[in-house]
Write a protein that binds this ligand. Sequence first.
Ligand SMILES: *[C@@H]1O[C@H](CO)[C@@H](O)[C@H](O)[C@H]1NC(C)=O
Ligand SMILES: *[C@@H]1O[C@H](CO)[C@@H](O)[C@H](O)[C@H]1NC(C)=O
Ligand SMILES: *[C@@H]1O[C@H](CO)[C@@H](O)[C@H](O)[C@H]1NC(C)=O
Ligand SMILES: *[C@@H]1O[C@H](CO)[C@@H](O)[C@H](O)[C@H]1NC(C)=O
Ligand SMILES: *[C@@H]1O[C@H](CO)[C@@H](O)[C@H](O)[C@H]1NC(C)=O
Ligand SMILES: *[C@@H]1O[C@H](CO)[C@@H](O)[C@H](O)[C@H]1NC(C)=O
Length: 568
Amino acid sequence: MKERKRRDFNREASYTSASKGGKGSSRLFLLFAICFSVLVLTIGLSHVRLYEVFHPVLLSAWPITESRLIFTDPSHPLRYSQNSNPTYIKVNHAVLLPDEIVLVTNHHSLLSIPNPDLLKCQYTPPASSHPSRHSLSTKAKLNLSPLSLSTSLVRCPLGPPGFSLSLSTSPQSLHRPFQWDHLAYSALFDPLDNSTVVFAKGFNLRSARISDPARYRCVFRRDLSNPKYIITSPVITAAQEIFRCKTPLTVLNSYYKKMDLPLVSVKTKDRGAIALPSVARPEILKRYRRTQKKKKKHSMCICTMVRNQARFLREWVIYHSRVGVQRWLIYDNNSEDKIEQAVNSLGQSNYSITLHPWPWVKTQEAGFAHCALRARAECEWVGFIDVDEFFYFPNGLTIRDVLKNYSNQPWVGELRTDCHNFGPSGHKKAPENGVVTGYTCRMLAPERHKSIIRPEALNKSLINVVHHFHLREGMRSVNVGQGVMLINHYKYQAWEVFKEKFKRRVATYVADWQDEENVGSKDRAPGLGTKPVEPPDWPYRFCDLNDTGLRDWVVRVFKDPQTGELPW
Ligand SMILES: *[C@@H]1O[C@H](CO)[C@@H](O)[C@H](O)[C@H]1NC(C)=O
Ligand SMILES: *[C@@H]1O[C@H](CO)[C@@H](O)[C@H](O)[C@H]1NC(C)=O
Ligand SMILES: *[C@@H]1O[C@H](CO)[C@@H](O)[C@H](O)[C@H]1NC(C)=O
Ligand SMILES: *[C@@H]1O[C@H](CO)[C@@H](O)[C@H](O)[C@H]1NC(C)=O
Ligand SMILES: *[C@@H]1O[C@H](CO)[C@@H](O)[C@H](O)[C@H]1NC(C)=O
Ligand SMILES: *[C@@H]1O[C@H](CO)[C@@H](O)[C@H](O)[C@H]1NC(C)=O
């Protein structure tokens, strides 16, 4: 259905360009119609389905496709240009997500380039061997503003179907995007056992189950200018989307020298199997020694994944800082609410907080595993909670007090905490002073629990399901008593907040992409007619009892006695 629409759109677009020809427009159209049929025929025959470049059926997977179609610009992607001139930014890969395209560049701090406005997503019409088709389309390059920039990623709107995408700063390198669901999308080097952990979608490994690692091989491709240079290695564990690979010796050396990092991928052992396409170059995790005496930098860290929740970050971080959290790792799932600014501003106030782009679709478990590994070197404990969840200590303790209790019980690998779900508490609008003081009425029964883990206690496979990790043998989890620690989960907030959870994003379509005025438009059709309607009694739902415990504590501890204001 969707596909059909795209084709129709493409026809329309081409028609528009034909009729812009002016006087001889009907003749042109006829010509176009012929070209179109020829083209369709060619497509049908050659299996190169041009109209679906943005929904590509991977013809042959990595590495052949890649070398032919992706790396038209064979620069060395790891020679990061320290130069902040955007003309040095090169695109290495493109990945098609359901609503957008992510470009993976060779840069590592796109946010710091001085004139980011120069960076445009540039769409080039499909080249055609037919001369008149070609002449119709050469002028029609389309430039759109990126949806966002992050460390090395540029997120671009879906363009017109069939167009190739690149950055305006490197127009020569055209990219045929990889599919998000058939891709090695991230990788880490784990110095504890010298393994390489690859996060990949495409093999249907079941949730919460260990798979047979003997069925897979890891693939390392060291030298980009030499596509034949491939090394494979055994898989140590395979589960969900996580493959732990033995690192080949030559690759290990390159890790330690931090140069020439390979692209890594996974394939099955079947004869003739081809590795998944890959955009994953391992991030080298910090080495550290586990010793009894030496404490890690932080005792308590939090990993979380957000999407368009920047406005809740400040209260959540400042509050948790007071109860003993020292470090926040924020995984950003394609936010469009300037979350970088919110994070930067907290960073400038000396909160140890970092933002990590995580645009991949349906990869929450993988993201948590990724975060747990990244946090391991500096965090004794890591909590996995959302930004609408707050640790609450009814007896006025802090997380430190609770963790101290387990410091001499190294077999405790996970602490489980019950959650209370709060309702809108009578609010028709988001309360001005934040969620903790705003929402005070909750449901009676605790719902589920969240966990705080010791990163060393995790099973090698890194399996996790809904915020719970599998532990390695000999490790135990304990339930922390409700009198000691709880989580207040502000789950059902005022309608204007809650409805965001429903909001479906739709593809950015610029109606007439040749119209200069429309260039850069970020118009979206929000809700797509499925906008949920507020139930009349919404503000009073999910309210079994008043629970003002956390509110009262926060008011006592945080409220400025002079101005009566809270610090967020
Ligand atoms: C990892 O590799 C390095 C370099 O080859 C070596 O020095 C170190 O002992 C290895 N560590 C483990 C746990 O095998
Ligand atoms: C943050 O820390 C730096 C260095 O320790 C200090 O100079 C600066 O004043 C601090 N900023 C804030 C807002 O506390
Ligand atoms: C990010 O958000 C999109 C859209 O809501 C969703 O489809 C996707 O699964 C999310 N990704 C993760 C990792 O949660
Ligand atoms: C410490 O552990 C004991 C025994 O497990 C438990 O009864 C007590 O509530 C804990 N205290 C804190 C502060 O976690
Ligand atoms: C990891 O979990 C699996 C079962 O889920 C178990 O067989 C294996 O022994 C565990 N690994 C370790 C190191 O405990
Ligand atoms: C909560 O407190 C408010 C005001 O004190 C009261 O009107 C309401 O009935 C209480 N709700 C519950 C469920 O006890």
